[in-house]
Design a binder for this molecule. Sequence first.
Ligand code: SAM
Length: 229
Amino acid sequence: MTLLSKRLQAVYQMVDAGTRVADIGSDHAYLPVELIETGVIPYAIAGEVAEGPMSRSKADVEKFGLSDKIDVRLGNGLAVINKEDNIDTVTIAGMGGILICDILSRATEAQLSNVKTLILQPNIGEPLVRHWLIEHGFEIIDEDILSEDNHDYEIVKAIKNDSVKELTEAQFLMGPVLMSKKSDAFVKKWQRKLNGYKKAVANMHNAKQIDEDKISKMQQYIKYVEEIL
Ligand code: SAM
């Protein structure tokens, strides 16, 4: 039986077999444990900034006899990775997009030098994450979207590519791969968002002080979403 929620299961599915993974902000370390126990990967680091979850995960990893394959390390962001760990894949899940970008921006060149793949699952602020990836030479090669506990979650997988292509505004907003897959979960999310944008524009028109910039931004979003749906 899996320990993983539907959200973490979707992150798990994106990890390539045989890679060496650092899961940053691992909390309970469920993702590395599942990846190791199912034989998908040979080695993982579970990085965690908070002492409590880190000690609990360490105890669990020892209890399950996985200490030789999972290193549970206390530290801020990618500071838990050393060059000799040969980590090629970093996963960061269950945080806001701002925090994910902040963690990635604070990584040194040495910490990122072997990293070829980033698998990111922001709870909010997905466009920010896509901007960070493109600006730092990571090409988005896969995306997934799912709904769990009344929240839409998106997962973005990107690989290092020195000649990465710029995205359109609509692609930053909705996700280049998600737009082409156009799954039921994607259509549902954007239909709901579209209704929200339309209501917001109507309310802004009725406001005492009309914010033309905000209205035109919202109308731009409406146009992008209507074109895709
Ligand atoms: N990744 C797990 C998941 O998706 O279920 C846990 C998500 S939990 C909401 C976020 C975790 O990230 C917390 O345990 C928190 O302590 C940790 N965290 C926050 N900022 C961090 C940082 N800069 N470096 C490492 N861990 C961090």
